[in-house]
Design a protein around this ligand. Structure first.
Ligand code: ZN
Length: 184
């Protein structure tokens, strides 16, 4: 089932997420719905707050990027209660966008490598090191669980330049070809 994506201005995107337990109601179905919602919006990652739920869960599928980066061909994963063990490596910029902030993209500086711990859809614990676009998307989605959006990293001037667009999104004025929910 395709869920509406909550957009910029909705308080759920600024709410700290909480721990997910194995007995969480209909977790398997929720994960399926999140993948379906993400694919429908041509996204490569989506977090629970973006579908209105303040829980530590996101999903990623980078296979669509395999043409540019064959190393991510098989990166399709569910992240439950993810943790960052360490973050390191050179900083790089990448032009990020977000399904909750339609029509806006911006260069964001992030470190390139991260060691992470998480539980998968079967509640099996993993500890691994990721880098490149995988680390980039992980960090973007991880931020969502901690009420942070990529636009928070922009300079005052950059943010000022986007103000009008951001205000329009807040008012629900944007055109996008997937279902959204902007009512407060
Ligand atoms: Zn996002």
């Amino acid at each position: 089932m395709i869920l509406p994506i909550y957009t910029y201005g909705h308080p759920v995107l600024r709410t700290q997420c909480s721990h997910v337990t194995q007995s969480y109601h209909d977790l398997e179905k929720l994960i399926d719905n999140m993948f379906e919602t993400m694919y429908n919006a041509n996204g490569i990652g989506i977090s629970a707050p973006q579908v209105g739920l303040s829980i530590n869960l996101f999903v990623i599928d980078l296979s669509v990027l395999a043409e540019d980066d064959p190393s991510v061909k098989d990166v399709k994963e569910v992240f439950i209660n993810p943790k960052i063990i360490s973050i390191y490596g050179d900083e790089s910029t990448y032009n990020e966008g977000c399904l909750s902030i339609p029509g806006i993209r911006s260069d964001v500086l992030r470190k390139s490598k991260v060691e992470i711990e998480y539980f998968d859809a079967n509640f099996i614990k993993h500890r691994t090191k990721i880098d490149g676009i995988y680390a980039r998307v992980f960090l973007h989605e991880y931020d969502h669980l901690n009420k942070t959006l990529f636009i928070d990293y922009l300079s005052g001037q950059e943010k000022h330049n986007l103000n009008r667009k951001l205000n329009s999104i807040k008012k629900g004025k944007y055109s996008i070809n997937y279902p959204t929910y902007s009512e407060k």
